[in-house]
Write a protein that binds this ligand. Structure first.
Ligand code: GDG
Length: 477
């Protein structure tokens, strides 16, 4: 993490602008009680860094705290342009419309989406604020890349005032089929909002196809292959750009002596022949209920022996103020407690459950310690955890159990594939992954790693930006 230069600039201008719900920085409190900003090294920042540095880039986003009026500042050569959100807007735009309407609706309605007109009003208002900020920061002819479901109205709002810009949009979560999307009382506004971009990117070809079909059937736009024409005659495209990870960074971690030593410590502490591992944000889309139920049954039937196998599940705290997430946490903890209570003994629990966030090196050590990685979302845009596990297996050992409903399943075909709604199927495939021959596992792992190594996060950014503006195809190096 890099310390940030807090020198403020009132009106930064940039030729490349990222617009995302959150800024890539977090506020930290020093020992003396003062606060500074540090860049938080997520995948998106890593992908954008080379472009940002070459291009004089700016990042527009919310700081994460309510009601903070902050001046633009510079962090790690990136101009940070904070957008303010009041507590009411956090409740209605962020926790409400983004996370209790769009999130469940776009994930197959695995939880019930709530529709409230006040939430929509806040969504429009906040999207307008982000669009205004982008319009102010972007230089003449600049490229602006808008990120994710919280900001789907921004492309059109921005184009209305700045037709000179090249506007890209990328959706990190699935884009649902028309049967589900059609529930949204504001469906046309969202479609128009997205269609304001020159290039609309999705995780999978299905997402792009769902969007294009809706443009044709609900909006009467002309659609030909991946190209659509808006009523004012502008031609734009919608395509799949499966996101990835910084493979080299994870592989370097996994090869480092510290992480290797820590992985050994974890294995010693778990003291099991087979370590199964899951790590997810505690989110109802991730299939945690079904996964834990499957493990509970495997331990109960004796197909897994609690003296020989352990299931390590890290559940990262997430959206803790949203009702559905509170319920989920209670359910999961009840389930884990019951299984460990029924099947454990003194000094030994079949499930080690951690509700916590860990540094990236600890994540790498856990990936390295795991014999079988279990990734079983009910629906997921991509799923980076699956790719991170593969990046951390340079010795080509280990096994990946993967839900066919993760976007990643389209690329990671050699995984042990499961339908997370089919508990028996999931149990059988998990056992198969454990018991398969070393040669089979190695063959699968080699192919999986080849896919990830040749499709990293830099290639993702470069493919998208190259299609949006061929002049700015960044260095993939
Ligand atoms: C959305 C889409 C899409 C988790 N716990 C810790 C930690 N993590 C990191 C993982 C991984 C990331 O969080 C989770 O990414 P996923 O892709 O698995 O899931 P979402 O958060 O739902 O992300 C998803 C993604 O956007 C990108 O487009 O793939 O489909 O839903 O990187 O490593 N990281 C650290 N400590 C933790 O405890 N350091």
């Amino acid at each position: 993490m890099d310390d940030v230069n807090n020198e403020s600039k009132s009106n930064p201008q940039a030729s490349f602008v990222v617009v995302a719900n959150r800024l890539p920085v977090e506020q930290v409190t020093n020992d003396d009680g003062s606060t500074t900003w540090r860049t938080s090294p997520g995948g998106l920042v890593t992908a954008m860094e080379p472009v940002m540095k070459n291009q004089d880039g700016a990042w527009i986003g919310w700081s994460g705290a309510p009601g903070e009026k902050l001046d633009p500042f510079e962090a790690d050569d990136i101009k940070q342009v904070p957008v303010e959100l009041s507590q009411d807007e956090i409740n209605e735009y962020y926790e409400g419309f983004s996370n209790a309407t769009l999130w469940p609706l776009y994930h197959d309605s695995v939880a019930f989406p709530e529709y409230h007109r006040e939430w929509w009003d806040a969504y429009v208002k906040v999207n307008q604020r982000f669009a205004d900020a982008a319009a102010e920061v972007a230089e003449e002819g600049a490229t602006v890349w808008v990120q994710d479901y919280q900001l789907q109205l921004v492309p059109k709002m921005l184009r209305d005032v700045r037709p000179d810009l090249k506007i890209g949009f990328f959706l990190h979560i699935p884009f649902p089929p028309g049967e589900l999307f059609g529930q949204l009382p504001w469906r046309e506004r969202i479609l128009e909002g997205l269609a304001g971009a020159d290039l609309v990117g999705f995780q999978t070809p299905e997402g792009a196809a769902n969007f294009l079909r809706l443009l044709r059937t609900r909006m009467n736009y002309q659609v030909q292959r991946d190209t659509f024409t808006t009523p004012d005659g502008r031609r734009s495209r919608a395509r799949a750009y499966p996101i990835s990870i910084d493979v080299q960074m994870f592989e370097d971690l996994a090869r480092s002596p510290e992480v290797k030593a820590r992985a050994k410590e974890i294995r010693d502490d778990l003291d099991a022949k087979t370590v199964f591992f899951g790590v997810d944000r505690l989110d109802y889309t991730k299939g945690l209920r079904q996964r834990i139920r499957a493990f509970g049954e495997l331990f109960k039937s004796g197909e897994l022996d609690a003296d020989e196998a352990v299931f390590l599940q890290v559940a990262t705290p997430s959206r803790e103020r949203v009702e559905e997430y509170k319920r989920l946490r209670d359910d999961i903890e009840l389930l884990v407690g019951r299984i460990n209570g029924d099947m454990g003994r003194i000094g030994r629990s079949p499930i080690t459950y951690l509700h916590n966030t860990f540094p990236r090196s600890e994540m790498a050590a856990m990936y390295l310690a795991a014999d079988v990685m279990v990734v079983t979302p009910l629906r997921d845009g991509m799923n980076l955890v699956a790719k991170e596990y593969l990046a951390c297996r340079p010795n080509n050992d280990g096994a990946l159990v993967l839900s066919e409903f993760a976007g990643a399943a389209l690329e990671l075909k050699q995984a042990y594939m499961v339908n997370p709604y089919d508990i028996n199927g999931m149990k059988n495939t998990t056992l198969q992954a454990m018991n398969d021959t070393a040669a089979n596992k190695r063959r699968r792992m080699r192919a999986l790693r080849r896919q990830v190594v040749t499709h990293d996060i830099k290639k993702w950014a470069s493919d998208f930006l190259g299609d949006l503006d061929p002049d700015m195809k960044p260095d993939e190096g």
